[in-house]
Design a protein around this ligand. Structure first.
Ligand SMILES: *[C@@H]1O[C@H](CO)[C@@H](O)[C@H](O)[C@H]1NC(C)=O
Ligand SMILES: *[C@@H]1O[C@H](CO)[C@@H](O)[C@H](O)[C@H]1NC(C)=O
Length: 382
């Protein structure tokens, strides 16, 4: 009798479960139903598809099918009524000429909770036409050029499988986000493309970048102030400038950087490997609990670098030491080859020496003709 009752109860439960699954079916908003056609500008179509999907009270999905579409500046705004997916199967091309952009963003996602950006498609920033422009050289930051993908105040979300090609400025910018994961993301731009950071994170908590391949002209991943609880794991970087914390201390009221783990990454032919850089003089701040572990370096110019004397293009009015406090940093099991003899450089602030910097299991060989050992330089570390 008891058993039969249980069977009945289980059947009822199954019926309930099945019906909830049906109710929870995702509603699809295909851009083709909004007039999107290959090779033409679909900015209006994709914006309207997003608006409808976002207003749908349940799971929704905007689909960009497998073909080439052109899209101008768009800002996908939340909050939405339910979880929302942006499914990219095709190739989304940006306008080439930067004059078509009003702000500093090509495609933005803003104030969205439970967003999934997913698909084997790509976002092509068409950066080639912008990189060579005057005013975009080494000593003048390309801030006026659009970032390909911006995530602002996005929470509990995933970006997976997509590719970003040839951004005009940063490929991806993360600001004010919480619990956002980038998984199996591919980022590609030429080695000499200026300011094309792969993923730049600031003022955000619990951001994961995992299983991703980044080759670009600037930092593969850069973390600015207010980056907290960051995991970078299984990332292949190169060419590029490496995985970088900073630069910090350039602006007033910067928030601390704390809780960064960089684990199981490979850097190939990059300028630096893993680094923390802070500006000379200027403003107060801190970076603590930073952990680099199981990293392979292949022909990296400077594999391990803490540089508290950062001052590119002699922009500093004074040579006063940096006011950023660096503490609890570990470099553990870092192996491979260095393109220069000075493989390890820990140059801390005279005013605020680095505290608790630990190097363990470091095996870096000079990649020059003699394949000899490398040197390390440590200043102001206690
Ligand atoms: C973080 O986001 C993921 C993806 O949406 C979600 O599955 C998970 O529950 C979130 N974690 C927390 C603590 O909210
Ligand atoms: C990254 O590159 C590695 C090595 O070439 C490859 O095995 C892996 O599948 C790539 N990952 C992605 C997300 O493309």
């Amino acid at each position: 009798m008891g058993l039969e009752l249980n069977v009945a109860a289980i059947s009822l439960l199954l019926i309930l479960l099945t019906s909830t699954t049906i109710n929870a079916q995702t509603k699809v908003f295909d851009v083709r139903n909004y007039g999107a056609k290959p090779n033409i500008d679909i900015t209006k179509a994709v914006t309207q598809a997003w608006k409808d999907a976002c207003a749908y009270p349940g799971s929704s999905k905007v689909v960009v099918p497998r073909t080439i579409y052109r899209v101008g500046t768009v800002n996908f705004l939340g909050p939405c009524k339910g979880p929302i997916e942006f499914n990219v199967l095709g190739s989304i091309h940006s306008p080439g000429d930067p004059k078509y952009f009003k702000g500093d963003c090509w495609i933005g996602f803003e104030h969205v909770d439970h967003l999934t950006v997913l698909g084997t498609g790509n976002f092509d920033g068409q950066g080639g036409t912008a990189w060579g422009r005057s005013g975009c050289s080494k000593n003048s930051y390309c801030i006026h050029l659009p970032i390909s993908l911006r995530f602002d105040f996005v929470t509990n979300s995933i970006v997976q499988d997509i590719t970003s090609y040839n951004s005009k400025q940063f490929h991806i910018n993360v600001f004010g986000c919480q619990n956002l994961t980038f998984d199996h993301v591919i980022i590609k731009a030429p080695k000499n493309s200026p300011n094309t950071d792969g993923i730049h994170i600031g003022r955000s908590t619990k951001i994961n970048v995992i299983n991703s391949n980044i080759s670009t002209g600037d930092d593969c991943i850069s973390l600015s102030d207010g980056s907290r609880d960051i995991l970078i794991q299984g990332v292949n970087c190169g060419p590029g400038h490496g995985i970088s914390i900073g630069s910090l201390g350039k602006y007033q009221n910067e928030q601390p950087v704390s809780g960064v783990q960089v684990i199981g990454c490979t850097l190939t032919n990059t300028q630096t490997g893993v680094r923390i850089k802070t500006w000379l003089d200027l403003y107060l701040g801190s970076a603590s609990n930073i952990h680099f572990e199981n990293i392979i370096m292949r022909n990296v110019d400077t594999p391990i670098l803490i540089d508290q004397g950062y001052c590119p293009w002699n922009q500093c009015k004074s040579q006063n030491p940096s006011k950023i406090k660096i503490s609890k940093v570990t470099f553990k099991n870092i192996r491979g080859t260095s393109r220069t003899k000075d493989a390890i450089q820990i140059i801390c602030s005279k005013a605020l020496p680095c505290q608790n910097v630990e190097l363990r299991g470091i095996d870096l060989r000079y990649n020059g003709i003699d394949r000899g050992s490398t040197t390390s330089l440590c200043v102001n570390v206690c």
